[in-house]
Design a protein around this ligand. Sequence first.
Ligand SMILES: [Zn+2]
Length: 447
Amino acid sequence: MRLSRNSRVRSRARERADLLIVNADELVTLAGGNERPRIGKQLRELGIVRDGCVAIKDGKIAAVGKTADVRNVFKAETVISANGKTVMPGFVNAHTHLVFAGSREDEFQMRVEGAYYLEILSAGGGILRTVRETRKASVDKLVDLGMGSLDVMLEYGTTTAEAKSGYGLATRDELKLLEVVKRLNQMHSVDVVSTFLGAHAVPPEFKGDARGYVELVVAEMIPKVAEKKLAEFCDVFCEKGVFSLEQTRHVLTAGRSHGLRSKVHADEMSTLGGAELAADVGAVSADHLLFASDDGLKAMAAKGVVGVLLPAAAFSLMNGRFADARKMVDVGVPVALGSDFSPSCMVESMQLVVAFACHLMRLTPAEAVAAATINAAHAVGRASEIGSLEVGKKADVLVLDAPNHKFLGYHFGANLVDKVIKNGRLVVDHEAKQNEPVFLKEAEMPP
Ligand SMILES: [Zn+2]
């Protein structure tokens, strides 16, 4: 009785929220010190609250803390119990090639049997094959395919994904892909951050004339992309036999002069100096980095360039090599994670990426979680809005069917996501689905 009197007093004073998530075994906030991407020991500081609670109002986070404390201030008609569960920010996938048509499962088999990625590319396969299929596809078809991929990403807990063009490689087709990215961002719950990657490969029309193609990218594509405001970032596949350091610098400089911030596919298959270049041009991120030199990593650390690690991509190359994530953490490179979702790396799940980062790169689960949330948000220029659970940020929240964040590396292959809340709205609820019949009895089968 005493309790009910207290709660009446309390309810009069309490502010109304739209949604409360209460009693989380582990509330992973990643709060504090997020003006810069996390480095070194900061990567392990997840800001965990036991018996945690998040209050959500108008699509934003209104309060974060102990359940009792938040409930003293907020009430809501919709209350989700996270008892026995982990609550954390939605995953940010910092690197995808989301928009393409066709598939390359036969090349996958060739790689299993020993073919090398760059050999397939130089024989007109790989990226160039996807370019042929993507050029033929309509905007509607590409939107359809992209929506399907985003559905899977969301189911597995990704609430923001970067997406690159790069399977058009002609002005009209590159603009088409970026229009698709724009439509996907408008249509899907997942927020999509647009990157222009016209310099992804040399198209057949310019075979043997990378220089000529780079001129087209610089003189025609970049100005049009900027004029139509179709991208925030400009990226280049800087690699031996693809685009040189000098060509990469030329494209990124042109991009910057049109307001596009720089990203680089750097040192993925050879030590070319992509990491050094990324630091030198002040890129937001350098991605892949399997073969980055020590000097390159130190230069990135000095300039705060985010190292976007793509363990699923390295895994799918099948040469047993991975970026040296431990060295990067040691020298102070801020590390982030992405899936590199593409026709050669068909991975939508950031949970699998986190598990790979732990198993194959020896990031701890805490480091991998920070890399897949707040640091990935830095890598896509969104750290003031997403990537942590802090008052005023977007309410992009996951409820995991696991008692703590370590399960993300430990229990891999399954989908640990129980619920996804995007902009304050419940968009995925696996708990609700569990009550639906999964198997039809013979009598219920259609004739
Ligand atoms: Zn890539």
